[in-house]
Design a binder for this molecule. Structure first.
Ligand code: GAL
Length: 390
């Protein structure tokens, strides 16, 4: 007989409250009568279980894809799904999670807006024995996060900087130094400071750029290199565009001085930067003098720009695979077990190291849009040509 989320609740109670609870929890498991949450019972099917899925925002296409992929894969496996988007508003997300807990969600999958703002909601979830899976972004400052599914976020940052260096001619396709001696000017952007991923991306990128900054081949024109100078609250494209405009005014004579590349950590930010650069007259595309700009997420608008030679690169993180890992983790809990981690060292949330499953990502440039994105049916050729998802 399968152990259910309900029996898992007893087990969770045990692990967090010690030996006396152990006896109580096991008694609960055996009798099936003391489960603190969920409407399932011993031997129940997946469709008696509801998974609450909290996503940050619908303004970014990747989260729409993530939400859809998680929902459809959970429904296929027979679970009920309560999917909520929070408009990038922290109180909204807190409230949505509170409601999921109150309404009796059996498992939670959460992509947080602010990784440190959910401690009290997750305490309520823990009190009801609800397993919590952090999705893509780690949830910090709480012991009540059980598992983390994500990509190798440091490596994503390495890939972002690698793509920038390739576009600038310093690295070849294999990531080897080409020996190019030219001196070039760049600017740096990072993501939202409240997102745990931001520092991983930035550190991976900076470690990769470091030798080129140190030997003087690269210079950050504005001198702005610290996180508080380069971060972009809520990953907002308009905020990035504004900062790029300000940099162009303060450092580049409004667009009359050379700027060769911009490290951008996410496609929405990349497009804001590109708009500012084009408005300042750097050229409509790379061939016409537009600086090399990196990205992340393979959003369709950016994939079109890459295809058109405007944005240089993005990082493809297959949201379908991430959804599959989240669903696998949920199923492991539903069956009373633990999901399988492939990293138990990297993701310390300040209270504990959260066992994680890390996926790999790929650099996308114009030449491999077909093999990485179209052949895998992530986007169709028509979508790439139009720059719009169907
Ligand atoms: C990060 C995520 C990125 C990107 C960004 C902006 O947490 O890992 O892939 O989506 O948020 O939404």
């Amino acid at each position: 007989m399968k152990r259910t989320a309900r029996t898992r609740l007893g087990l969770k109670f045990i692990t967090t409250t010690g030996a006396i609870a152990l006896a109580v929890g096991l008694a609960g498991c055996a009798s099936g009568s003391t489960a603190p949450a969920g409407d399932g019972g011993s031997g129940e099917a997946a469709d008696d279980l509801t998974v609450g899925v909290a996503m940050p925002t619908e303004t970014s296409e990747r989260w729409i894809n993530d939400g859809q992929a998680v929902k459809s894969q959970l429904e296929e496996a027979g679970y009920g799904v309560d999917l909520q988007y929070a408009n990038d508003d922290i109180p909204t997300q807190q409230q949505q999670i509170e409601q999921m807990v109150t309404k009796g969600a059996d498992i939670l999958i959460i992509a947080s807006i602010d990784g440190t703002a959910l401690a009290s909601q997750l305490e309520a979830a823990a009190a009801k024995g609800i397993p919590v899976i952090a999705y893509d972004r780690l949830i910090n400052g709480t012991e009540n996060v059980d598992f983390y599914v994500t990509f190798d976020n440091y490596e994503v940052g390495v890939q972002q900087a690698t793509s920038l260096l390739q576009g600038l001619g310093y690295m070849d396709a294999e990531g080897k130094d080409t020996g190019l001696k030219d001196k070039k000017i760049i600017e740096l952007f990072a993501g939202s400071p409240d997102d745990n991923n931001t520092a991983f991306f930035f550190n991976g990128a900076m470690d990769t750029l470091k030798p080129f900054l140190e030997d003087g081949r690269l210079t950050v024109g504005s001198g702005q290199t610290s996180m508080d100078q380069v971060a972009t609250l809520r990953w907002d494209g308009a905020t990035a565009q504004k900062r790029m405009e300000d940099l162009l005014t303060s450092t580049y004579g409004g667009g009359s001085k050379p700027l060769h590349g911009v490290l951008a950590p996410y496609d929405g930010i990349s497009r804001g930067i590109i708009t500012a650069l084009q408005n300042a007259g750097y050229g409509e595309n790379i061939e016409a003098g537009l600086p090399i700009v990196s990205g992340q997420d393979a959003e369709i608008a950016s994939v079109k720009l890459i295809n058109d030679g405007v944005q240089f690169a993005t990082i493809f993180k297959d949201t379908r695979k991430l959804a599959t890992e989240a669903v696998k983790a949920a199923e492991a809990y539903a069956e009373g077990g633990e999901p399988e981690a492939n990293d138990t060292e990297t993701y310390d949330n300040g209270v504990k190291v959260v066992p994680s499953y890390l996926l790999e990502s790929d650099i996308v440039v114009a030449d491999n849009i077909q093999s990485l994105l179209i052949d895998s049916e992530y986007w169709t050729a028509e979508e790439v040509a139009a720059g719009v998802a169907e």
